[in-house]
Design a protein around this ligand. Sequence first.
Ligand code: SAM
Length: 244
Amino acid sequence: MYKLTKENKQIRDMFSSITGKYDFLNHFLSMNIDKIWRRAAVKMMDLSKDPSVLDVATGTADVAIEVMRQSKGKLRVVGVDFTQAMLKAAIVKTDSAVAAANRGKKRAASFDFVNAPAESLPLKDDLFDYCTIAFGIRNVIDKNAALREMVRVLKPGSEVIILEFSKPKNIVFKTGYNLYFFHVLPAVAGMFSKKGAYKYLPDSVQKFPGDKEFMRMMQDAGFCEVKVKPLSFGIASIYRGKVA
Ligand SMILES: C[S@@+](CC[C@H](N)C(=O)[O-])C[C@H]1O[C@@H](n2cnc3c(N)ncnc32)[C@H](O)[C@@H]1O
């Protein structure tokens, strides 16, 4: 059983404090590019056979809802997060997405939400065809434990899709990006929410391992055929890996 660390609790409190503004700030500060990235990550899944999907660090369920949007809607999505306020928002959003699907006479997905840390998932082995985690793994304190848990709950032959901020490599682009990310973004976000929360964002991206190191961590956890696809000049990346 994983015991939350002091850092886990600080991160949970921080997300709890920004839940109400989370979606607005995400879309506003990224100029809606975050939606394009989530769409690209979900597009990598084969949704034709109604796979079972686990979305770790689901937050307000944007990935879970995107999965339903791109599928025939019959599939099951389980969202896990350790911030109760985020899960409450996820339930409200998925309920209205299901109601909209029903009104449009489309089949809705079924959603379940579980309050748990990524480091210790209260789920049986070999349950899911896909596991997704978007902008989540960076915040997880014991990333190795979380990656091993994803391998454990995924079926043999299934896949993990990890969307995360990364560090752009192009020197010219990097200068403008750093100015925005380290100075403009925390200042603008600070007008709407606690300053610390959006200071934490660039800091945590800086601390996140580089591509090679993170892919090595995925392999060490048990994923094979690990690959990375940079998005938008490397501001974000999608990492994929399979379970043998
Ligand atoms: C930046 S948000 C991402 C939410 C969502 N996936 C999205 O695409 O917008 C990060 C989420 O990770 C959750 N989180 C952070 N550390 C976690 C952990 N160790 N276990 C479970 N959830 C965690 C936070 O509560 C928060 O909801």
